[in-house]
Design a protein around this ligand. Structure first.
Ligand SMILES: [Fe+2]
Length: 318
């Protein structure tokens, strides 16, 4: 296996920031739920659908948008078909996982484009997970075909604002430029350039598995980034709940984990309190002890990450 597998960024993932909001679509809903990194978890999807129904009971019209990597742990035929069947009923864009399942890029491995600070063992396990999932996907050409026509990004006009929905960052589907690590390192100049080039008001992303909300002014306009981390895995210390990005004209009726508000616009990370035990029993059947997914992810499913809620919000004034 070449060392670059899982590290490099395939050419097909690349796009230019100026292209991303060139052909926006108007949406007429009052709430957007942006779901990144479901990772094949059907119980998280059950909970997200219940959250949507609760919004609807409050009179909100909700649009569900899946921004990629809805596949990952769903490594049997029934669950593979279920996840894709349920997700593809909604608006969806490709993540690198979904991309590599439909149109594999030679030598891309998992397509994660992992940066140097991610250890080689993690990268190799992700490539092994991808190989198993690709073998499964090849038995479902109807789903591969549906995935292959999904876009790589969407720009939505929502209440007069441009909401740019992408998987990685404004230059690559698997880019790490909007990762928590990138905000922690201080990427203000790059961010300002991306907002100028896209003219987006809000960028909603995922891929890098740790949540971020960021807000600042660029060229006299307030701009925001929401990275939901993972919808189908825990995101904070000792917290197994997934997260989705909610964008609404009104505040959420449940308590967000983090958010930014201004008159008429609320961007919030909403916890997804799904049935973890039910998912673990299915996960353990699919990925028993010693399997690459168990080694990389099982402890995260139960115990979350190292982050506290305060770590999620940027700029940080601590
Ligand atoms: Fe991804």
């Amino acid at each position: 296996m070449p060392d670059t597998e899982g590290r490099s960024c395939p050419l097909a993932y690349r796009y230019r920031p100026e292209e991303l909001c060139r052909e926006p679509t108007h949406v007429f809903d009052s709430v957007l739920y942006i779901v990144g990194g479901l990772y094949g978890n059907p119980f998280a999807l059950d909970e997200i659908e219940a959250m949507v129904r609760a919004e609807q009971r409050h009179g909100h019209r909700v649009k569900l948008v899946f921004n990629g990597d809805f596949n990952w742990f769903n490594a049997d035929a029934a669950l593979f078909r279920e996840i894709n069947g349920r997700v593809l009923d909604h608006t969806a864009i490709l993540g690198n996982v979904d991309y590599e399942l439909s149109i594999p890029n030679a030598g891309a491995g998992c397509g994660c484009a992992y940066p140097e600070y991610v250890g080689q063992a993690v990268v190799e396990r992700s490539n092994q997970i991808m190989e198993r999932l690709q073998a499964l996907a090849n038995q479902h050409p109807d789903i591969q075909k549906k995935l292959s026509v999904l876009p790589r990004y969407r720009c939505l006009i929502f209440g007069g604002l441009k909401i740019l929905v992408l998987h990685g960052d404004p230059q690559s589907l698997a880019g790490w430029g909007l990762a928590h690590e990138s905000f922690a390192a201080g990427n203000e100049e790059q961010l300002a350039d991306w907002f100028r080039a896209t003219d987006a008001d809000v960028i909603a992303c995922t891929h890098t598995c740790l949540p971020v909300v960021w807000s600042s002014e660029v060229d006299g306009k307030q701009r925001m980034v929401a990275n939901n981390g993972a919808a189908g895995m825990g995101n904070l210390r000792a917290d197994s709940r997934g997260l989705v990005t909610r964008i609404g004209f009104t505040s959420p009726f449940a308590e967000p984990l983090a958010g930014i508000a201004r008159p008429g616009l609320h961007v919030s990370l909403m916890p997804v309190a799904y049935d973890v035990d039910a998912w673990l029993s299915q996960f353990d059947r699919l990925w028993p002890e010693g399997s690459p997914a168990a080694a990389s992810y099982r402890s995260r499913l139960t115990g979350g990450t190292h982050l506290t809620p305060e770590d999620v919000v940027f700029p940080s004034f601590r």
